[in-house]
Design a protein around this ligand. Structure first.
Ligand code: ADP
Ligand code: MG
Ligand code: MG
Length: 211
């Protein structure tokens, strides 16, 4: 019990696919400033494949659904972001186990497991100008909202705002991980593409829980 079922998680994946498609060029422009101009295309390829997989048959549990997302991203997305996001969704899926419905607190714990997976694989700390700079504050906001007993739409709304602020806070940072780190101080003054896509992913979760 807890109210968040596989249909909600499928809606999240579909919202991400639509958001990435709509913002594909913006993500690629961010990556062309401090990377290799493929982040929008990478994620669009990955989440289009996720949407196709779901259209072919939806897993029955939140955990299986997120595992499918993670496995698809690992298979379809090259570059740094595919394995990192793939790991995050797989770890989140594993944390949800085989329950048919999960609670907001379960979702919070699962996303924390996803962040831990990203940190383990990429060894980025906050302040290194990566997706971690959007996801970590989003999770702090979500955990606090869960403790305060907020409803899912408000709680995930707070997380989405924190992710967006976290992504914008990467602008004055110097990159210490990934391709952007090769630029040294020339990475200053640009929003990190992976932090920007994380903000989209959390906003998509807000859209799904607000449906
Ligand atoms: P690539 O850099 O291989 O072309 P993408 O462009 O798809 O891959 O993704 C780049 C994003 O991946 C960066 O903006 C950053 O947020 C994230 N990233 C890169 N390396 C790491 C890392 N070690 N830890 C966490 N995130 C990382
Ligand atoms: Mg790139
Ligand atoms: Mg690349």
């Amino acid at each position: 019990a807890g109210g968040l079922d596989a249909a909600l998680f499928a809606a999240w994946a579909e919202e991400i696919a639509a958001a990435v498609r709509a913002d594909r060029d913006r993500l690629t422009a961010l990556d062309s400033a401090i990377g290799d101009a493929d982040h929008g295309a990478n994620l669009d390829r990955g989440f289009t494949a996720v949407a196709e997989a779901l259209a072919g048959g939806r897993p029955d549990t939140p955990g299986a659904l997120l595992s499918l997302v993670g496995n698809t991203l690992i298979r379809k997305v090259g570059g740094a972001s595919g394995p990192l996001y793939g790991m995050a969704f797989r770890e989140a899926g594993k944390a949800l186990g085989d329950a048919p419905e999960v609670s907001l607190a379960d979702l919070d714990a699962a996303l924390a497991a996803g962040l831990a997976g990203i940190r383990r694989l990429g060894s980025a700390a906050e302040g290194d100008k990566t997706m971690v700079d959007a996801l970590a504050p989003a999770l702090r906001a979500l955990t606090q909202a869960v403790q305060e007993g907020l409803a899912p739409a408000e709680a995930v709304g707070a997380a989405a705002e924190a992710a967006l602020a976290g992504a914008q806070a990467t602008i004055p940072m110097q990159a210490r991980k990934g391709r952007a780190s090769y630029l040294g101080p020339r990475s200053l003054g640009h929003e990190d593409p992976g932090a920007a896509s994380t903000a989209l992913i959390v906003r998509a979760l807000h859209a799904a829980v607000s449906r």
